[in-house]
Design a protein around this ligand. Structure first.
Ligand SMILES: Cc1cc2nc3c(=O)[nH]c(=O)nc-3n(C[C@H](O)[C@H](O)[C@H](O)COP(=O)(O)OP(=O)(O)OC[C@H]3O[C@@H](n4cnc5c(N)ncnc54)[C@H](O)[C@@H]3O)c2cc1C
Length: 369
């Protein structure tokens, strides 16, 4: 039986593992995190039509049912608002297919994707590199397989060895992410409850807001709160930003939005679990000779979250690779996958950068893309 090794039990790696196991491959996933519960950094992920199609094509029905059951109640709006909560732009999506999901929480999605994979996923096993054996197989972590997929995210160890020249750049924006638990006393602006809302004050600060209302009570409902700005606008170099406590980050967000609508300020005052993120983008790489090691998702085309498509693209990669492996011999399948994945991934990175330019023109000077 063909044995396939996957580095990284994130969104793309687990979705691929589900598809490959269903298709009769022998699969092993090696994950750096000590356990599935390690990271409390659940954030809201928008799932688009491509992401829904990929989930449908990769997941066995009980796993797909679990992903749906633990997703959020659907939204139907994307809007840009002023800090006074006046709409500048709004697009509604009235015809979302009944079976589609529009957004999920990353932690609950990951837990759902782990369904039935207990014997396949090895937590606490960071992959530091790989070795090609004389017979052309791949070895990691004392295990040997016919193919290795690096699905190990932005800092990918597999990418560093396979494509040492591939660059990932800091796009000059920082995001401070937090969440406000929804309880009976919290007033949530109506548009925030309908979908993703971007609020910008034209001075170099922008903030995204959206709710997660779980379809089943697997976790606490929340409003996602995320402030985006350059380090210069924040007035803090990275050493100081990353040294701040969650409360210190909350103060920073509260100060940046001090003149905004009282309902926004109240949301921020009651938010918690703040953490900072550096927004990064993968630089386009030329195709390389295909072999028994390939890459998927952020490990190859690292996506800034400004387009809301990084997870969707990783899901598409999983669906494309699983489909190729079903229909062609191993190395031909890898080559066919890479021919589709590479241009699609990097075109999507460019669109996400263009979106960052539109969201914060005063910060980027239109130079990101
Ligand atoms: C705040 C925020 C909001 C976002 N919103 C959206 C959104 O709305 N829609 C959207 O589509 N995308 C969104 N994204 C982007 C999305 O989360 C990523 O693009 C997506 O998770 C990439 O999936 P992946 O499987 O490639 O990598 P990941 O999901 O990052 O998984 C990589 C996995 O590899 C593991 N790993 C790392 N190094 C090693 C190693 N050496 N050995 C073994 N394992 C390793 C990691 O622990 C992790 O589990 C957002 C990102 C952020 C930060």
């Amino acid at each position: 039986m063909t044995r396939i090794l996957i580095a990284g039990a994130g969104i793309g790696g687990l979705t691929l593992a589900q598809a490959l196991r269903r298709d009769g491959f022998d699969v092993a996933v090696y994950e750096r995190d000590p356990s599935a519960q390690t990271r409390g950094q659940g954030y809201r992920i928008h799932v688009d039509a491509d992401g829904n199609a990929a989930l449908r094509s990769c997941l066995p029905p009980p796993v797909l049912d679990r992903v749906r059951a633990t997703s959020s109640v659907n939204g139907d709006l994307v809007a840009t608002l002023t800090p006074a909560l006046e709409r500048v732009y709004a697009q509604t999506f009235p015809d979302i297919p009944a079976d589609d999901i529009t957004h999920v929480d990353r932690t609950t999605l990951r837990r759902a994707l782990l369904t039935g994979l207990d014997d396949v996923v090895h937590f606490g096993h960071p992959v530091t590199g790989y070795e090609i054996t004389p017979s052309g197989r791949v070895r990691i972590e004392g295990d040997e397989g016919d193919l290795l997929i690096g699905a190990d995210g932005v800092g990918s160890a597999v990418r560093r060895q396979l494509l040492p020249h591939a660059g990932v750049r800091d796009i000059g924006l920082r995001c401070i992410y937090g969440r406000t638990p929804i309880d009976g006393s919290l007033v949530v602006p109506e548009d925030f409850d309908r979908g993703f809302c971007w609020v910008s004050d034209g001075s170099g600060y922008g903030a995204g807001f959206a709710t997660v209302h779980f379809r089943t009570p697997v976790a606490e409902d929340y409003v996602m709160v995320t402030l985006v700005a350059t380090p210069e606008r924040l007035g803090l170099p990275d050493e100081r930003l990353y040294a701040l406590s969650p409360e210190g980050l909350q103060d920073l967000v509260a100060t940046a939005t001090a003149g905004w609508h009282p309902e926004i300020r109240a949301l921020i005052a009651r938010a918690g679990a703040f953490f900072p993120i550096t927004l990064r983008a993968g630089e386009r790489v030329d195709p390389w000779p295909s072999g028994p090691v390939t890459l998927l998702g952020d490990a190859i085309h690292t996506m800034p979250p400004t387009g809301g498509v990084g997870a969707n693209t990783a899901l598409q990669d999983a669906a494309t690779l699983a489909g190729s492996l079903r229909s062609a011999p191993l190395l031909e399948a890898v080559a066919a996958y890479e021919r589709v994945m590479l241009p699609r991934g990097f075109d999507t990175v460019e669109r996400s950068l263009a979106m960052a330019d539109r969201m914060l023109p005063s910060a980027s000077g239109g130079a990101l893309s």
